[in-house]
Design a protein around this ligand. Sequence first.
Ligand code: FAD
Ligand code: EGU
Length: 475
Amino acid sequence: MEETTGRSTKKKVVVVGGGLVGALNACFFAKRGFDVEVFETREDIRIAKVVKGRSINLALSHRGRQALKHVGMEEKIVSKGIPMHARMIHSLSGKQSPIPYGRKGQFILSVDRANLNKELLTAAEIYPNTRLNFDHKLQDWSAETGLMTFARSDGSNEQIKADLIVGCDGAFSAIRKQFLRRSRFNYSQTYIPHGYMELTMPPINGEFAMKPNYLHIWPRNTFMMIALPNLDKTFTCTLFMPFEEFEKITTGDEVIEFFQKYFPDTIPLIGVDALKTDYFRLPAQAMVSIKCSPYHIGDKCVLMGDAAHAVVPFYGQGMNAGFEDCLVFEEIMDQLNEDFSTVLPEYTRVRVPDDHAIADLAMYNYVEMRAHVNSKWFLFRKRVDNILHFLMPKTITPLYTMVTFTRTRYHEAVDSWHWQNKVVNRGLLLSATGAVLGGSYLLIKNPPDINKLMVPAEKMWDRLVALWTPLRTLI
Ligand code: FAD
Ligand code: EGU
């Protein structure tokens, strides 16, 4: 395969953004022998002391792991991850109920974002054909010439050209700006009304404050909290709620009052004083969903990760999808012999429907959770899923299982889910019809005293509404 190993004969690939997806991509391209350069706005996070930024830990699942495996990084990352075999649902009363993700071997991992990013940068740097440039912020670039301009913190500029530009510069991508200026580029972005805030739950007597091998969830409709374990035995709790509600809380006492009402079991675990100060340390962060297409310009430039598709975090798939982007690109590079002029359009053709599907799913789950997911409903739904899967393992696979534990294309997972819902609904309809017919027969055979059975008309409406709301979501 490597008929020409000399670096000079290999094309130059510039990866813009040294975040999770950029660093992983650098490994993929370096492994193929390209002359790789990464440009990243921030300082080298392996040297810098404080790393501020987005969520502290992330749920890593199958798709992300498969991509890591391809560059020989899976073991290294998994060994520093904390397995989560089940969700732990916290009800308002403080009751905790575990719901397994699947069989024994099916678990997701809580991984530290900063560590993951550092390991990937180091892995990329080991290839002699890779160079990392920090403190380089892409200012502008030309889709015609491929010339990029980077700004440095000392005020200087640097210009560089590449054969291929890989835009991995996140949700507010500077690379994507040039796409937006072109004809027939589709773009949509939606900010959701919710913001998020991270709070730390410290260890108690040197041990995790809650059971560590779980994804802890407090589903409270509009308000939701999620906690993932860290290696230092802390939990990072992420509170999701509408900005409007965040703004209503302006004093420490109001914070405690709010937690008393919705997350009382967490107050002693986070600590009253810590809660009061943590809450005001950073303002709530926004969440945006972004879809676009195509993902490429000619044979020159391609978008991956959040730059191509930012998704709301309600499926735990943003990074996983971004990592899978790299793997899908890699697979197409194999099929089409690294010919950028055919690889790039093919990547767009294959990947857009899947990334759009996961963006839609994550948004759908956000709407769903906000509308009527309290702890009872969450438990009920997941149990129904698991029972159906147990009864008909060949026919029914829960959607989250296909998304989280397989590499079933996202858009196929959605199609399969729709089909399964049809099957289940037909089954329900059939059983219901059977019950009505059977019941009618029995009623006709032995007629009861009507007056004792009648529901007063004024209560009928409430009953219908109560029935319809949960049924609608089942459909
Ligand atoms: P980023 O991580 O944003 O990296 C982009 C990089 O590009 C940054 O380093 C940035 O400094 C750099 N950059 C930006 N502009 C420029 C420029 N002009 N020039 C040079 N460099 C530039 N995903 C999961 O899979 N599982 C989860 O559990 C999960 N939880 C999440 C929870 C929350 C609250 C949020 C907000 C997201 C979550 N995600 C999760 C999604 C995940 O964080 C993202 O999908 C992932 O970080 C995307 O990686 P990226 O490399 O594409 O972008
Ligand atoms: C949100 C924020 C539970 C990390 C979706 C499940 C998430 C994560 C779920 C965050 C939920 C929601 C799934 C995983 C995961 C569940 C999933 C959400 C990790 C449908 C760091 N979500 N997340 N679904 O099934 O498939 O457990 O911040 F509460 S992991 Cl919203 Cl599997």
